[in-house]
Write a protein of this length. Structure first.
Length: 272
């Protein structure tokens, strides 16, 4: 399948997708914090909000009033975009350029336009961190299935059940798009999210139990940070995580850096 007009499908070796089965578990927040962490390590990142149904990452991060282009405003004739020019047009959050999606302001782009933006930015940045939400509207972008993927899982009985069903759908051998081989597993990471509103971890599944149920490693677990959540809801932006979560983010960033370096070597590419 041709995912963008005039361009054959090829793998994007420095793209990291962050997704979740359901909305509201903290995937967007994780994507932003990870992008900032990697950027502070010297890995030039750009953050893309490809959640076409939800969007609003610029609002979440408190930069909605900053000048710059949003996803629905980008023109991609024949799927061609100048990555450097696009980068210069983006608002910046904590040193990270942000291409946000605001569906209440502009008409949602076509999926191939989203991919054109991601491809262009991947050519001028070391890593492109993409918040895809639940992936609605992006199902035909088979190319992105080869990206490094972070699956955000709510650490509850229901959250784990939903995640397992989603994993089974992705790994159905009868579906060539969802084929799940060893190479796929090596670029896929699961991050547990402690649900908001719990008291003293009641209702939260232990990491070991979650890993056994999903039959995969849990790369990191992010705990509830009431102060951070409150500040986000008040529109105050996203501050640094607390000590426990900072350690979890650092662990995840280590894994992502390693995966990016491995893919870069395998594809003989070195991003800018």
């Amino acid at each position: 399948m041709v995912a963008e007009r005039g361009h054959a499908v090829r793998e994007l070796s420095n793209v990291v997708i962050v997704d979740s089965v359901v909305a509201g578990v903290g995937a967007s927040t994780l994507a932003a914090i990870l992008a900032r962490e990697l950027n502070e390590r010297g890995l030039k990142c750009v953050l893309v909000d490809a959640d076409l149904q939800g969007g609003g990452l610029d609002v979440l991060l408190g930069v909605e009033n900053e000048d710059g282009s949003r996803l629905g405003e980008i023109s991609a004739p024949l799927g061609a975009i100048d990555g450097k020019a696009l980068l210069r047009e983006l608002p910046v959050w904590d040193g990270v350029p942000l291409l946000s999606c605001d569906p209440w302001k502009t008409e949602n782009p076509q999926s191939w336009e989203v991919q054109a933006c991601i491809r262009a930015l991947s050519q001028v940045r070391s890593a492109v961190i993409v918040d895809v939400g639940q992936g609605n509207g992006l199902q035909d972008l088979t190319e992105l299935r080869q990206a490094i993927r972070i699956n955000v899982v709510e650490m509850t009985v229901l959250g784990l059940a939903r995640a397992k069903v989603n994993m089974q759908l992705q790994r159905d051998p009868s579906d060539s798009i969802g084929e799940h081989d060893v190479a796929t597993q090596e670029r896929e990471f699961f991050v547990g999210m402690q649900p908001r509103g719990t008291i003293r971890d009641h209702g939260v599944t232990a990491t070991e139990e979650a890993a056994e149920y999903l039959d995969c490693d849990i790369a990191a677990v992010i705990t509830t940070d009431a102060k951070l959540c409150s500040e986000l809801l008040e529109g105050l932006g996203l501050r640094k995580p607390n000590r426990a979560n900072a350690k979890a983010i650092a662990t995840l960033a280590d894994l992502i850096q390693e995966a990016l370096e491995e893919k870069s070597v395998n594809h003989g590419t070195r991003p800018a």
